[in-house]
Design a protein around this ligand. Sequence first.
Ligand SMILES: *Cc1c(COP(=O)(O)O)cnc(C)c1O
Ligand SMILES: [Zn+2]
Length: 414
Amino acid sequence: MAFSPATNLGPATGLSCRECGHVRELGPFYACEECFGPLEISYDFGTVTRADIEAGPRNIWRYRGLLPVPENVAETPNTEPGLTRLVRADQLAEELGLQRLWVKDDSGNPTHSFKDRVVAVALAAARELGFKVLACPSTGNLANAVAAAAARAGIRSAVFVPSNLESQKIITTAVYGGTFVTVDGNYDDVNRLASEIAGEQEDWAFVNVNVRPYYAEGSKTLGYEIAEQLGWRLPDQIVVPVASGSQLTKIDKAFQELIKLGLVEDRPYRVFGAQAAGCDPVATAFKNGWDVFKPVKPDTIAKSLAIGNPADGTYVLDVVRRTGGAVEDVTDEQVVEGIRLLARTEGIFGETAGGVTVGVLRKLVENGRLDPAAETVIINSGDGLKTLDAVAPVVAPTANIAPSLEAFRAAGIA
Ligand SMILES: *Cc1c(COP(=O)(O)O)cnc(C)c1O
Ligand SMILES: [Zn+2]
């Protein structure tokens, strides 16, 4: 691939290894030359003010000064995700015995999950780096986001998913018309295949593989938004769903950056991770006091979180232990209960990942790990319309009646 060293990636200055700290120039790199550790973007932010951010677009590009994207990023077609609502959840709080609870409802993004954030940043960086195709292995939501963003940008997409995915997520990817391949294997098989393809197809940007350092930074915008929407302060506690673990670690990174930049007060906060019991390598490691997790074979209805060998699992353990949080898991039954509880109390229909997070919130209150008096934020990372199968067997209309007043009265529902 003809690659010229990128100079127009905003405040990004280089790529540093998360394991050994070795630094190299910006480019289409994701593994350390010295130790094969994962690379992460380093920055020189200069001065960033609340006023600068508040004057920006009403999407993630208001934080472009904190992301590895060109200054004029808002001018090129992208899906413009972000600035989703932060909902005060008093009824859910009361049900669970909490005093102050908020739901960051990221189902409000263009393709109805938080993945639009990471893909928007990956697309912007991939263009600068000279890639021609936007690609990914996906558990579903990423497939939607990549296919849509590529369509909007007028470039080719190439998306790979496990063939047993929810039909809703198959349809909502296929509709965008890119190259779309279902693979007979689980996500970890698809991910390995994608790495092999990335080695051959040099101008394909696999957003979560070979441009992963850029992609991952997109999750920081969740942290920035929560702080800004709370009136420029951090919550005491936050509960985040964990698949690869990137979202959780980058929300923490965002909070740390805001503190260093003086945009929020420096005070302690605790980060909690949420997994499904059918795919809980990080929760298991946390509970057993292990420094490294053991990969598992996923078996859960929470398919968007079904990554058995999570790339950032170890870093999740670091963040959670450093901040005094925990990683907890819930059964599929509790996932369904969590979806219904959020819907019934707050009118928010989350996907299975949202059910995992609400279920884990409940469990953390019950086992005393979470302080019910402290202000808490939970993430609803995707829309329930994408995982209808999870609740279809357990919800139904109250009654079916003839179109007459007698029939209404006879049904006894008044
Ligand atoms: C991908 C995904 C997550 C978690 O993402 P990671 O950054 O890989 O941990 C959470 N919720 C939903 C709905 C997702 O699609
Ligand atoms: Zn290294």
